[in-house]
Design a binder for this molecule. Structure first.
Ligand code: WTA
Length: 650
């Protein structure tokens, strides 16, 4: 492959067998069992999925067909009726789980609250009644812009109960980002809070919503949870307090059954063009994907205290904080704030105090913990932990080893789980107790998943050769389309390599068939575990009145995986300077959110372009990384641009 920009240099050879003790108690405890089930899942997929769907989900009316597949559109479990919120809540009532903790919440200031399944069910019923009283009905869209508090899960589950499609917007996004998303899906309602706690400070969520509202005509009401008590504006008639509405709401709500393909949520994610993509997931297939993976990948048991540190604003928060674990009857720990508040040992302190047994986090967080130092970890015992997981980006073997030794005390298996917003659930992963692990590899496919590494013509490449990472079979939790843009859905995922789903990632497969994902090969960067489209940051920069043109590329970064470097050409007569750099960084924060702030801004008189006017990003990447410009530059229109760029100070 010539155009694969990411080449894998890792030649990691360490192997870790599942500890015997873990194996003995695992939900799936042998490699032979995995092989057998996997073989069945790919040889007789419909039979396999039908059995799993009956076993794992609670149906009101059985489905008529398992899969209707007209590439790239799928319908799973057609004719079946169920209610997702009933699957997560009502089904546990009247069982030993009724009074079990569903959510143990710890706020950043230290406030702790526990909701049992019975209590959570009651809150969700009440909130579903609130939504109905505001006229929300099946098929309507509602946006959720909240801190990590139990009410965020209540809002999601109440929407799901009614068939109201939710779109959760990460609390770190700005009012511009809220506006774009709300307008794209025409949300009738925004559910938010006065604020949320982060590093001892209040993130003013309602303030951001207020700044978006003049430009979001579809929004009829805003429901506001009082979390921080900060002063906010409430527009009479439009803005309603959560506690006022809940005080009046009846606490019983009869869930109606919805057809399997009823839209469940839209989650916006970065693509290689400026506009975020509204990934659409539907009910039954998604729920099956997240429930099965929760059971097998996290080896979930009733006694576990399970903690996934992701925010509900990302897909991991949807699938593995809310839907997968609650459908499985887990006790979920939810923490509101920063990992280093008041001190860098907050996570380890939480694990010891609550007896967390399963811990799932991101490599970027692990690298931060490493940098803060082992002393913070070693203040705590971490004896309760039995399983560790990672997600979001490739984990470098050094960080894997640190996680294994310092957090897992060499006792806990690590599951490095590869998946995406689009896949809904984990696709490639070790099963703890089953799969020998290699630091840095997500190992082998989950049931029913058939990934391949192919060249640009779609042919499988030999082992240990880099290529495009594709999924060759439909799976129940796959995205159904992009909201309002089916053409883009086809173009983005299904046109480059006909007949297969293209993930946008590069990978190689080693001699044992293990997959090593090396990262994105399109113009999407992975910064601190979050996908950021360079085009989005570029269009934010260009929206500033001083900027003529901008190109954003990634540079390797020890902590964040990748850092954002922006090359900016100013309009004629605008003087460059440090103050303007800061202004531009803040402008991006305002347009998108702090997570997309460029780490470095370099002013440039011109950008390297081909004769046809395309910016040559490869060259900018090389300059950003501080290296020489190598490779072919013959298509470059004007080489002096490159020389000037190299001389320009950072
Ligand atoms: C990357 C997050 C390597 C990958 C669930 C993917 C990973 C993108 C891993 C999806 C992993 C996620 N190893 N890379 N274990 N997990 N990625 O949509 O590039 O926010 O395409 O979903 O993260 O990011 P998204």
């Amino acid at each position: 492959m010539t155009d694969l920009t990411i080449t894998s240099v890792s030649r990691e050879s360490r192997i870790f067998k599942p500890p015997a003790e873990f194996k003995g108690q695992a939900n799936l405890g042998s490699f032979a069992a995995y092989r057998k089930l996997y073989a069945e899942s790919v040889n007789a997929p419909e039979k396999f999925w039908a059995r799993q769907a009956k076993e794992h989900l609670l149906w009101r009316k059985p489905f008529k067909s398992v899969l209707r597949w007209k590439l790239p559109h799928s319908k799973w479990f057609s004719g079946g009726y169920l209610n997702l919120s009933e699957n997560c809540l009502d089904r546990h009532l009247g069982t030993h789980r009724e009074n079990k903790a569903a959510i143990i919440f710890e706020g950043e200031p230290g406030d702790i609250r526990t909701l049992t399944y019975r209590q959570l069910h009651r809150e969700v019923c009440k909130f579903a009644n609130v939504l109905e009283s505001l006229g929300l009905k099946k098929g309507d869209r509602a946006a959720i812009y909240m801190p990590m508090v139990p009410e965020a899960a209540v809002a999601m589950l109440a929407c799901a109960r009614l068939g109201v499609v939710h779109t959760v917007i990460f609390g770190g996004f700005s009012s511009e980002a809220i506006k774009d998303r709300v307008n794209d899906c025409q949300a009738r309602l925004i559910i938010t809070a006065d604020g949320g706690w982060r590093r001892g400070r209040i993130i003013e969520l309602k303030g951001s919503v207020d700044r978006a509202l003049p430009n979001t005509p579809s929004v009829e009401h805003v429901i506001v949870l009082r979390r921080c008590g900060n002063e906010i504006a409430m527009a009479a008639g439009r803005d309603l307090w959560w506690h006022d509405l809940m005080a009046r709401a009846p606490d019983l709500h009869k869930a109606r059954a919805h057809e399997s393909e009823t839209p469940l949520f839209i989650l916006y994610t970065s693509g290689s063009t400026g506009k975020p993509k509204g990934v659409l997931h539907t009910t039954a297939g998604y729920l099956l994907g997240v429930t099965m993976t929760t059971k097998y990948v996290f080896d979930l048991k009733d006694a576990d205290i399970y903690w996934c540190t992701a925010d509900i604003g990302w897909v991991t928060g949807h699938s593995y904080v809310v839907y997968g674990p609650l459908a499985s009857g887990a006790t979920v720990l939810m923490y509101e704030g920063a990992p280093n508040h008041p001190e860098p040992d907050r996570f380890w302190d939480i694990i010891d105090r609550h007896g967390v047994t399963i811990f799932y986090t991101a490599p970027t967080a692990i690298r931060a913990f490493m940098r803060w130092g082992d002393d913070y970890v070693n203040r705590h015992r971490l004896r309760s932990l039995r399983l560790l997981g990672t997600v979001g980006e490739p984990i470098n073997p050094e960080a894997w080893m640190w996680y294994h030794r310092t957090i897992g005390k060499k006792r806990c298996p690590i599951v490095d789980t590869w998946w995406q917003t689009e896949t809904g659930a984990i696709m490639v992963t070790p099963l703890p107790g089953v799969t020998p692990t290699k630091p840095g590899s997500a190992t082998l496919p989950f049931f029913g998943i058939v990934p391949k590494v192919v060249d640009e013509a779609g042919h499988e490449v030999p082992r240990n050769t880099g290529g495009r990472f594709v999924l060759t079979r439909p799976w129940p939790s796959m995205l159904r389309t992009l909201w309002g843009d089916d053409e883009r859905f086809k173009r983005q995922y299904w046109s480059e390599l006909p007949g297969m789903y293209f993930t946008g990632d590069g990978a190689r497969q080693d001699k044992d068939g293990y997959f090593w994902i090396v990262g994105r090969i399109d113009d999407v960067l992975n910064v601190a575990g979050h996908r950021i489209g360079t085009a989005e940051v570029e269009s934010a920069l260009v929206s500033h009145h001083s900027v003529a043109e901008a190109a954003v590329v990634g540079r390797p970064d020890d902590l964040k995986g990748q850092a954002l470097v922006a090359f900016v050409t100013l309009k004629a007569g605008i003087p460059p300077g440090g103050a303007l750099k800061e202004e531009l960084r803040n402008h991006v924060a305002k347009e998108i959110g702090s997570l997309a702030k460029p780490d470095t801004i370099r002013f440039a008189a011109g950008l390297p372009k081909t004769r046809s006017g395309k910016i040559m990003r490869r060259i900018l990447k090389e300059i950003a990384a501080g290296g020489d410009v190598k490779g072919d530059t013959t298509t470059l229109e004007d080489f002096s641009v490159v020389a000037t760029l190299q001389q320009a100070e950072e």
